[in-house]
Design a protein around this ligand. Sequence first.
Ligand SMILES: NC(=O)c1ccc[n+]([C@@H]2O[C@H](COP(=O)([O-])OP(=O)(O)OC[C@H]3O[C@@H](n4cnc5c(N)ncnc54)[C@H](OP(=O)(O)O)[C@@H]3O)[C@@H](O)[C@H]2O)c1
Length: 428
Amino acid sequence: VTAAPLRIAVLGAGTVGGQVVRGLVEHAGAAASDEGRPLELTGIAVRDVEGARARGLPSHLLTDAPAHLVADPDTDVIVELMGGDEPARTLVGAALQAGKAVVTANKHLLAHHGAALEAISRASGAPLRFEASVGGGIPVLSPLAGDLAANRISAVRGIVNGTTNYILSAMAAGDGTYEAVLRDAQERGYAEADPSGDVEGRDAINKLVVLARLAFDAWLDPDTIADRPASVRGQGGPGITGVTALDLEGARALGLTLRLVAVASRGDGANPSRTIRAAVMPIAVPSDGGLGGTGGVRNRIEVTGEPVGTVGFDGPGAGGEATSSAVLGDLLALARGAGSTWAGRPVAADSRSSTTTAADPGGASARWFAFLPGVRAGHVVDDLAEAAADTGTGVAIRTGWLPLDQLRSRIVDAAPATLDAQIYAIDD
Ligand SMILES: NC(=O)c1ccc[n+]([C@@H]2O[C@H](COP(=O)([O-])OP(=O)(O)OC[C@H]3O[C@@H](n4cnc5c(N)ncnc54)[C@H](OP(=O)(O)O)[C@@H]3O)[C@@H](O)[C@H]2O)c1
């Protein structure tokens, strides 16, 4: 007896959707495992049907009416690859409500409406899978929810945005200023025309919300996640916007580099299981370590838990082909009868009120790195720094464990009144 095919409608056929369609067309039938249902592509929604036809997408499957595909009783699974908020939110909600499985790569949708979509999915029993939403082609969410389910997770951290990692790597290699390297990244297609979602850290924050859902069984509010490092006189810029080529040169002189790192960890307050610390900001890491060694558009995510210890996942974090691997993997999982990506985990709390973030890091103790432009070695910091390097344009310092406020006041006392600089926590 041949199992009935799993009839799939793909909404959006751009960078990722185009590759998913290609995979479904080229490997139709062959992709299904022995016990799974065969995959059958039954519709593709885009805005510009003529344009999609000209790009070689199968003409007879194209429509500009995604809601019709969602409502069609002949559709079993909706693959949402349009991105953004609406109409993705309404279409995904309607599909789940109607009992249709959904596969999505849309981290914005999950980070902002994940709790509501999870509730709909649980009520109707329709699975929601989203492996591609974090780490592109890297299998990290299903292993976190499933294979690591026996662990008490204490932290997830990682490089989850390829655009910013490319920019930081290129700046560290001496390829130019932030502005010059960003322009180059846009020309190569690694950064969008409006890069703000990447460089200000919002894309990484959305991915952190998804990781935290699976690690800690709570949907965090993306708006409460800390997104900027401290500076000598206050706060730095969001994401990587305040990182200078001089910061990276100074870091290198001390064996360090800067990475935009998303981290969520279980708090150690009065009620640790209800408190999650979450931040996305540039930090200093050893150049030769796991995160420091992750260059270009690659991603790396590390999960720490008991009893496993620390497990690292790395690979291609974006790109149509790599990301289609995760989407197609989710479709094959559905064909085998798998449930939602969170199936290995308890029901999530909508814990918007219990999230704590590092809003006031002043009292926080850490080891710190800073590059102080125009300052000479021996002047400000000799007794404060564990290591210092004079690069000719200023001095790079690395401290031992120390409250941030103490470091700030020492620099302010000794440095020129106009000096400001970002201060980065060191993590290895
Ligand atoms: N690109 C990556 O490397 C990557 C990696 C991981 C996750 N993701 C996620 O995957 C999703 C898709 O990203 P992408 O890079 O493939 O985007 P994209 O290249 O901009 O493609 C979007 C597609 O959706 C269609 N679309 C948009 N709004 C629509 C509407 N209202 N009705 C019908 N069709 C609509 C577009 O149609 P037209 O072409 O006709 O306008 C286009 O085919 C996003 O959520 C993104 O965050 C992307």
